[in-house]
Design a protein around this ligand. Structure first.
Ligand code: AP5
Length: 219
């Protein structure tokens, strides 16, 4: 299974993609997570992407495609299956991905679009907390940790992402509609797009995705 998970910031892409990756043993590639790790490690790439992310702007396509190319080439299980989260985000990235995949004789199985209205996105992102140590994702109201401010998994401190501040959230949404809406049309034209209603509890959204996966696996 080779999947892309698309959707506005905060729609639950990371939450759902991690469940699918665990369940089906897929290579999980989240460009946002990769960039945040590079920033944390203070690498050259981290320095190059930091200001774009802090402003809620997209990182330039060249940098993103290069990162994905390297990850795909170095991953032993990419031929079995993968799930991309937050990539591609521009039509150019989508076309570059097609080229990368055709070079290694692979095709996408499906693109899942998690549909969530903008006002729900704002609620989800403003309440999101992530573990500074292991990256686990929580929500103060929808998915709280057992002990406030502490990760259930590793005991790390829970923090708010820099780009989850209200003014940056608004900009990220604007960028999504300007630059990622065309990616949705691109995959629609290629008959790869499956829409999932992203409202409802995490388990419920996961069940909707499973129903779709069964549908296209049987096509
Ligand atoms: P990235 O990290 O990809 O951020 P994003 O797309 O904005 O998505 P998020 O991680 O914010 O949200 P999500 O949809 O994964 O939701 P989550 O599961 O966490 O990108 C960050 C930045 O990196 C970009 O702005 C850009 O600068 C750069 N970048 C990355 N990729 C790039 C690319 N390809 N090209 C250029 N630039 C790139 O859930 C959100 C919250 O809601 C959580 O608190 C969660 O617990 C909660 N939640 C989840 N599901 C539910 C539910 N069903 N009900 C209630 N709450 C829920």
């Amino acid at each position: 299974m080779r999947l892309i998970i698309l959707g506005p910031p905060g729609s639950g892409k990371g939450t759902q993609a991690s469940i699918l990756a665990r369940k089906y043993g897929l290579l999980y590639l989240a460009t946002g997570d990769i960039f945040r790790e590079e920033i944390k490690q203070k690498t050259d790439l981290g320095r190059q992407v930091e200001s774009y992310m802090a402003r809620g702007e997209l990182v330039p396509d060249e940098l993103v495609v290069e990162v994905v190319r390297r990850k795909l080439e170095s991953s032993s299980n990419s031929s079995i299956g993968f799930i991309f989260d937050g990539f591609p985000r521009t039509e150019r990235q989508a076309k570059e991905l097609d080229k990368l995949l055709s070079k290694i004789n692979l095709k996408l199985s499906a693109v899942l679009l998690i549909d969530v209205p903008d006002d729900e996105v704002v609620k989800r992102l403003s309440g999101r907390r992530i573990c500074a140590r292991c990256g686990a994702v929580y929500h103060v109201e929808y998915n709280p940790p057992k002990i406030e401010g502490t990760c259930d998994i590793c005991g790390g401190e829970l923090i708010q992402r820099e780009d989850d501040k209200p003014e940056v959230i608004r900009r990220r949404l604007q960028v999504y509609h300007e630059q990622t809406d065309p990616v949705i049309s691109y995959y629609e034209k290629n008959n790869l797009l499956y829409r999932v209603d992203g409202l409802g509890e995490v388990e419920e959204v996961h069940r909707k995705i499973e129903t779709l996966l069964k549908q296209f696996c049987n096509e």
